[in-house]
Design a protein around this ligand. Structure first.
Ligand code: PGA
Length: 253
């Protein structure tokens, strides 16, 4: 099954609604060569409605960076999947390592969030990735396998291709230290083999696995050239329209 390449910008706690709109308005003219690529940006919750409005009539999809797993309730400061959906977003990043690291997310909360995102009709972008200490201790595969399988627990095999997985080694995020295309491919192939083992070959073949961690204009082509790398989830290099557009218009090397 052909997997449509997927390039997503995670804006983290950057960009006001005004700045998000300016970016989205500038992008279409810059990505004309990027046909056949699914393009998504993830602004803060507060900028979602304005971003959705600005993206109307373009191919740019909008994601939230998080959501709460409950449908509604007394959870001060939180935002539910149906609220994100109602704002017009189509995707939700779930389990980003910064959420796991600073906001105590666990595989269990990630799994609950994946279920609520899907119930609300959002495409979850589920992040997994090892820390430097875990890699150096030789635990990369154990860690990403646990995060993947626990994170997707209870999801029907037929729904798995509707999920996007992002492999983001924590040591490569925001550090300028990218995993080499070979290092990334090794983990991507492993993740796909785990999807096959748990959900079957069709589910695994249809699921996009993105790489994230210091993806930039000068390394995107080589990363995208790898068989199991189906796209990128990008922080720093997604903050400027020109740089993000270069990622969207990658040329496999
Ligand atoms: P980075 O962030 O591209 O700035 O390394 C990636 C991410 O956190 O998704």
């Amino acid at each position: 099954m052909a997997r449509v390449p997927f390039i997503a910008g995670n804006w983290k706690m950057y960009k006001t609604a005004t700045e998000a709109v300016a970016f989205i308005r500038a992008l279409p003219a810059l990505i004309e060569g990027g046909d056949g690529v699914e393009v998504v940006v993830a602004p803060t919750f507060l900028a979602l409605p304005a971003a959705v409005e600005a993206a109307k009539g373009t191919k740019i999809g909008i994601a939230s960076q998080n959501l709460h797993f409950a449908a509604e309730g007394a959870y001060t400061g939180e935002v539910s999947a149906s609220m994100v959906k109602d704002a017009g977003a189509g995707y939700a990043i779930i389990g980003h390592s910064e959420r796991r690291q600073y906001f105590a997310e666990t595989d269990e909360s990630v799994n609950k969030k994946v279920h609520s995102a899907m119930a609300a009709g959002l495409v979850p972008i589920v992040c997994v990735g090892e820390t430097l200490a875990e890699r150096e201790a030789g635990n990369t595969f154990d860690v990403v396998k646990r995060q993947l399988i626990e994170g997707l627990k209870g999801i029907d095999a037929t729904a798995i291709p509707g999920i996007v997985v992002a492999y983001e080694p924590v040591w490569a995020i925001g550090t300028g230290k990218t995993a080499s295309p070979e290092q990334a491919q090794e983990v991507h192939a492993f993740l796909r083999s785990q999807l096959t083992a748990t959900f079957g070959a069709d589910a695994a073949a249809g699921t996009r696995i993105l790489y994230g961690g210091s993806v930039k204009p000068d390394n995107v082509d080589e990363l995208m050239g790898k068989a199991d790398i189906d796209g990128a989830l990008v922080g720093g290099a997604a903050l400027k329209p020109e740089s993000f557009a270069r990622l969207v218009t990658f040329k496999k090397a």
